[in-house]
Design a protein around this ligand. Structure first.
Ligand SMILES: NC(=O)c1ccc[n+]([C@@H]2O[C@H](COP(=O)([O-])OP(=O)(O)OC[C@H]3O[C@@H](n4cnc5c(N)ncnc54)[C@H](OP(=O)(O)O)[C@@H]3O)[C@@H](O)[C@H]2O)c1
Length: 244
């Protein structure tokens, strides 16, 4: 790894990509604080983690609880090298549905929760003059998609926020990595048939490889880089006729 990672926080660790990241970091010898709402799923993860995974039940929309929990976790771990923000929701949204409660949940979990946790890690790592922050954004954030306007907006916001944090923190020796997966087989995509779908296990390996390389921003898998280069450049009058 570009920076040695022995103490990590994974926010959104209870299933899918976050669970795989947690177990792989533990297998590499790191001690990992696993955060999410479902305590039973975190306990099961801790059982599999060989004594290296500690569960911390937390709802990221409880923003006021984040600072004290961050301090407690860092004290328990004896320091911090990596914060991975993986938590996300993507509720089904029908073509003509305009649901503020669903939209609010996506903004609160996918973006505001990320800001709450990454701000805390950013301040800690700036003072420490080292550390790695990785945020799991999405290819969906590269264009405004008609299928789920606020999911795309939350991921576009997360991508921009991570870039800004990188530009703020790199001078202090802190690495901020943005990863943008395409479709991954997880509970979030259950029942969906999507192109170039990969298992969560492979997504986690590729995300950890980006962290190890100190990537600025990486598509997962790599095939999405050329695909998104094309999709980003489709003129708006054509893109609005598609549903990609
Ligand atoms: N699957 C894909 O195709 C895909 C593609 C691109 C990007 N992504 C992104 O990858 C990330 C992981 O998603 P996944 O596919 O692995 O889905 P997942 O299995 O549904 O995992 C989502 C995680 O977010 C946590 N979470 C949701 N709401 C939370 C809250 N209020 N407080 C704390 N934790 C919360 C969940 O834990 P609890 O329910 O226990 O709280 C769970 O650990 C998400 O950010 C997603 O947007 C996924």
């Amino acid at each position: 790894m570009s920076q040695r990672i022995t103490r990590a926080i994974v926010v959104g660790a209870s299933s899918g990509i976050g669970a795989q990241l947690t177990l792989k970091l533990a297998a590499q010898g790191a001690t990992v604080a696993a955060l999410a709402r479902r305590a039973d799923a975190l306990d099961a993860l801790a059982q599999q983690g060989g004594g290296r995974v500690a569960p911390y039940p937390h709802d990221v929309t409880d923003f006021d609880a984040a600072p004290a929990l961050f301090d407690r976790v860092v004290a328990d771990l004896g320091g911090l090298d990596l914060l991975l923000y993986v938590a996300g929701v993507m509720p089904d949204v029908a073509e003509s549905e305009y649901s503020f409660p669903k939209d609010r949940q996506m903004i609160e979990v996918n973006l505001l929760g990320a800001v709450a946790w990454i701000n805390l890690a950013g301040a800690h790592f700036e003072a420490q003059r080292s550390g790695v922050i990785c945020g799991v954004s999405s290819v969906a954030g590269d264009r405004g998609r008609r299928g789920n306007p606020v999911y795309t907006a939350s991921k576009a916001g997360l991508t921009a926020y991570l870039e800004a944090m990188r530009n703020r923190l790199s001078r202090y020796g802190v690495s901020v990595v943005t990863v943008k997966p395409g479709p991954v087989e997880t509970p979030m995509t259950e029942g969906l048939s999507l192109p170039f779908m990969i298992p969560a296990d492979r997504a986690a390996d590729e995300i950890l490889a980006h962290i190890q390389r100190g990537s600025v921003s990486g598509y997962v898998p790599w095939i999405w880089r050329p695909i998104m280069m094309i999709i980003r450049n489709i003129p708006s009058f054509l893109f609005r006729r598609t549903n990609i």
